[in-house]
Design a protein around this ligand. Structure first.
Ligand code: NAD
Length: 336
């Protein structure tokens, strides 16, 4: 029988709960250690998914030989130090997005992971959604891509809007859109230009709104809109549109009821009803379950996680956000 993968979770809040509840149903996962600065959060999650122990001491997880991989689900300013500590302790790492908030910090994590010879996956679950997968399958070589990730206005006081702890909407959440357009295009971005700035939080030192144009090495282009300046009742929060000259594919409603519509292909629509029953719930349709399965297979059986974002792609998504902000400040296109 295959050995179980020992899991440690660092940061036991909202996102950790999603991952832990999914892992609790996967027979190859062994939920072992739960660490949080807030003891009650670690205790609560441990109890909910029947884990082994809860602690406020991250070192206890990193020294635990029963843990193969740690899931880092903390706020963004702690991703760099925690990833590096985990790698140096010989643990494989799953880190929630964004990898870190700066290119330099991401590169430091890359070096630590490479130096320690451990694996690192970044939590870009949208790649694993059966809707993203189908869109990529039908339009594998887009010429023009549109990506839009737009929320109603975020509260000023939420941690993700803190310039140090979260980075603001563009870095915090926009990394999903930057990652996904790169993945759809299957090509490296070479330049980015952007306009935008601080539209909805004038009292905070963050960039909350971006309209960016990206050119890829293969000549294709993408337009990406990110912010918290409203809501689109037709497309929902996340909207992606791929054109290849003869076919068009659109993905909408990703955060509510995901669906695809096509033009120029045999397939016209693809909805939750087209999924196998076990993938129809929110976690299946959004890609979270398949991402955790890929993590367990990678750590436990060395199965190449072809769909997953690894450290370099985490750096790339952060770099696109950072360079978009730089383009807004300078008025100049930025090279990647
Ligand atoms: N992929 C997605 O769809 C998605 C959605 C939401 C959030 N996220 C990401 O998940 C991560 C966590 O966000 P959240 O919404 O779960 O936040 P949260 O505030 O609900 O939970 C974070 C937890 O981390 C703990 N923590 C903070 N610093 C710590 C440290 N140094 N050591 C141990 N514990 C620490 C906090 O006490 C808190 O319990 C972020 O990277 C966020 O961007 C991803």
């Amino acid at each position: 029988m295959q050995e179980k993968v020992g899991i440690g979770i660092i940061g036991c809040g909202h996102m950790a709960r999603t991952h832990a509840r999914i892992l609790a149903h996967l027979p190859e996962a062994y939920l072992r250690g739960f660490a949080d600065l807030r003891e009650e959060a670690a205790q609560r999650l441990r109890a909910e998914v029947d884990g082994e122990y809860a602690t406020t001491d991250v070192a206890r997880l990193l020294e635990d030989e029963g843990i193969d991989v740690v899931l880092i689900c903390t706020h963004h300013d702690s991703h760099r130090p925690l990833c590096i500590q985990a790698a140096q302790a010989g643990k494989h790492v799953f880190v929630e997005k964004p990898l870190t908030l700066s290119i330099e910090d991401c590169q430091e994590v890359e070096r630590a992971v490479e130096g320690a010879g451990v694996k690192l996956m970044v939590g870009f679950q949208a790649r694993f959604s059966p809707f993203s997968q189908k869109l990529k399958e039908v339009i594998p070589r887009p010429l023009v891509t549109v990506g839009q990730l737009v929320d109603p206005r975020w509260g000023d006081e939420i941690w993700a809007n803190d310039p140090v702890e979260g980075g603001g909407n563009v870095l915090s959440q926009g990394c999903h859109a930057f990652d996904l357009v790169c993945w759809f295009n299957d090509s490296e971005p070479v330049t980015i230009y952007a306009e935008g700035g601080n539209f909805t939080h004038p009292q905070l030192p963050i960039t909350d709104s971006v309209v960016a144009t990206i050119r890829f090495a293969n000549g294709s282009v993408a337009s990406v809109i990110i912010g918290d300046f409203g809501a689109n009742p037709f497309t929902g929060k996340a909207f992606y549109e791929l054109f290849d000259g003869t076919k068009t594919g659109t993905m909408y409603g990703y955060y509510s009821e995901p669906a695809l519509r096509f033009w120029g292909t045999d397939l016209e629509t693809y909805t939750v009803a087209d999924l196998p029953p076990e993938r129809r719930d929110r976690w299946g349709a959004h890609g979270y379950v398949d991402m955790m399965r890929a993590l367990l297979a990678w750590v436990g059986r060395d199965v190449d996680p072809v769909v997953a974002a690894q450290a370099k792609e985490g750096t790339r998504a952060t770099a696109l956000g950072v360079k978009a902000i730089e383009a807004i400040k300078t008025g100049q296109p930025q090279a990647l």
